[in-house]
Design a protein around this ligand. Structure first.
Ligand code: GLU
Length: 503
């Protein structure tokens, strides 16, 4: 009997649910379904500082909204759980110990300063920055002594200095990468947590993953993974690296140029089935070239070899065109009405907005102009209204700081938002009211509207953040944006006054 096909998606819960995750999920699901296999959802939260339960929740919610179903995962369990890496630490530590005992990994006590110095020297000599194996020369007694002394250490993978790693990618054929290009990867951090590479390999093995289908940004990591499989005495899965989604200008899909959060599309009124259909067109055409297809049709006919490697362009206008076709061709007017009500036309939406609008209402006809910013994708406003009486560059500066600060907000509610702007006003020594004007304009399209923080809370994190980004773009188009240099110095100033950035 041949091995069962088991694929997986392994998102890291470190931010809003990304369309790239949905793209990978769709192709993993289709491959598994086509081969009567299973798809697993695993949460890769080894980065304890950046992972949040809110982000995990949002990823699960967004994938479910799209209609992606997984067979095993942190929410539904399965035979090979737990499916959250932070609950599997002991498993990783045991494998790391095995690697150390067998001489395939070693403790490294090098300080951050030494590593930085080494990196600088290698860069100056035009060499690939790579750990120089300094701690490999420590004797077992020295290692013991330093460990007992409590010196902080990481565990590194021993990587050959010479030769090359060869592996096969289902779409690209044989790939070979020189070992000299591969760093002595840290596999366990000083806090005892594994890094992505170790945890990913251990889990793919223990969860019996037969096919790893992931983004091409992981190709350069694959040799480390192959080495780990070899050292641990396990056979490696079949690797397929899908092309990355791109902005219309061919750069890697980024939120500066294109909304990347799935929630953005949900909140701005796209149909999940149209979105999935569109993702299924990324680097892929159905054998019969159909453009409009259901998830089932996609899965039933899926052939991974048909994926083309040219970077697929994620184009908002094309997505809207597909969505429009769905509205007109796949739904009856009654269904459209029902879906519209489920989206934002229902009593729950109105009951949230009415209390905010009521103090400003004289007649019903005042209601829609006041609340339309909650229903449109992007409000339109003139540049002059955005800057008002302020210096345009100062407005850009404040919007940028707010954008960074808002990235840090995990629970997007009125009070958290109020406190972000309160801190901003205090740090910038500005009156809150004056500070808020450009935000009113870019979020609501007008200087007078519903209360801003409630409005932003109702609008949601993704639409609010993207409106701030849009305003920054508008400023840049009017030569009032931040230059590269200006941005760099603002970032420095920001770090001093507000702390670390999260992106
Ligand atoms: N946690 C990784 C990510 O966030 C998964 C990469 C992989 O599929 O191996 O993309």
């Amino acid at each position: 009997m041949t091995e069962q096909v088991r694929t997986r998606i392994a998102p890291s819960p470190t931010g809003p649910p990304h369309v790239g995750t949905a793209y990978m999920a769709l192709f993993n699901l289709a491959f598994a379904r086509r081969h009567e296999g299973r798809m697993i959802l695993r949460i890769e939260d080894t980065d304890q500082l950046r992972s949040t339960p809110e982000s995990e929740e949002a990823i699960l919610q967004a994938l479910s909204w799209l209609g992606i179903e997984w067979d095993e995962g942190p929410d539904c369990g399965g035979e090979y759980g737990p499916y959250r890496q932070s609950e599997r630490t002991a498993l990783y530590q045991a494998e790391v110990q095995r690697l150390i005992d067998q001489g395939h990994a070693y403790l490294c006590f090098c300080s951050a300063e030494r590593l930085e110095q080494l990196r600088k020297e290698q860069m100056a000599n035009k060499e690939t920055p790579r750990y120089d194996g300094h701690c490999l020369s420590l004797t077992p007694e020295e290692v013991e002594e330093r460990k007992n002394r409590g010196d902080p250490y990481v565990v590194r993978l021993k990587v050959p200095d010479e030769g090359e790693c060869r592996f096969t990618d289902e779409l690209r054929g044989e790939i070979s990468i020189q070992w000299s290009q591969i760093d002595h990867q840290i596999i366990q951090k000083s806090d005892g947590f594994p890094t992505y590479h170790l945890a990913n390999v251990v889990d793919d093995h223990l969860m019996k993953i037969s096919h790893v289908i992931r983004g091409e940004e992981w190709i350069s990591s694959t040799p480390k993974h192959i080495l780990l499989y070899e050292y641990l005495g396990w056979s490696a899965p079949v690797f397929t690296h899908l092309p990355l989604l791109r902005n219309p200008d061919k750069s890697k899909l980024s939120k500066r140029k294109n909304p990347t959060s799935i929630t953005y599309y949900q909140d701005s009124g796209f149909l999940p089935e149209a979105m999935l259909n569109y993702l299924g067109m990324m680097g892929y055409t159905l054998p019969d070239q159909r453009e409009i297809f259901s998830l089932n049709e996609f899965c039933e006919t899926f052939e991974i070899k048909r994926v083309s490697l040219g970077g697929p362009i994620f184009d908002l206008d094309k997505l809207k065109w597909v969505n429009g076709r769905y509205l007109r061709e796949n739904l009856t007017p009654e269904e459209v009405l029902q879906r519209l009500v489920e989206w934002k036309g229902g009593p729950s939406f109105f009951s949230q907005v009415i209390p905010l609008a009521l103090p400003r209402l004289e007649t019903f006809s005042d209601f829609f102009p006041l609340s339309q910013f909650l229903l449109n994708e992007n409000p339109l406003y003139p540049f002059d209204e955005l800057v008002g009486k302020q210096e345009p560059r100062e407005v850009a500066r404040l919007l940028k700081i707010a954008e960074w600060e808002l990235e840090k907000v995990d629970s997007w509610d009125r009070d958290s938002l109020a406190s972000v702007f309160q801190i901003l006003a205090e740090t910038e020594s500005k009156k809150l009211k004056e500070l808020l004007t450009p935000f009113f304009v870019c979020i609501t399209g007008s200087k007078v509207s519903l209360p801003l923080f409630d409005g932003m809370a109702l609008l949601g994190a993704d639409l609010s953040r993207s409106r701030i980004r849009k305003a920054l773009q508008l400023l840049a188009e009017n030569d009032a944006g931040l230059s590269k240099k200006g941005l760099k110095s603002l970032e420095k100033e920001y770090r001093q006054s507000y702390g670390k950035r999260i992106d």
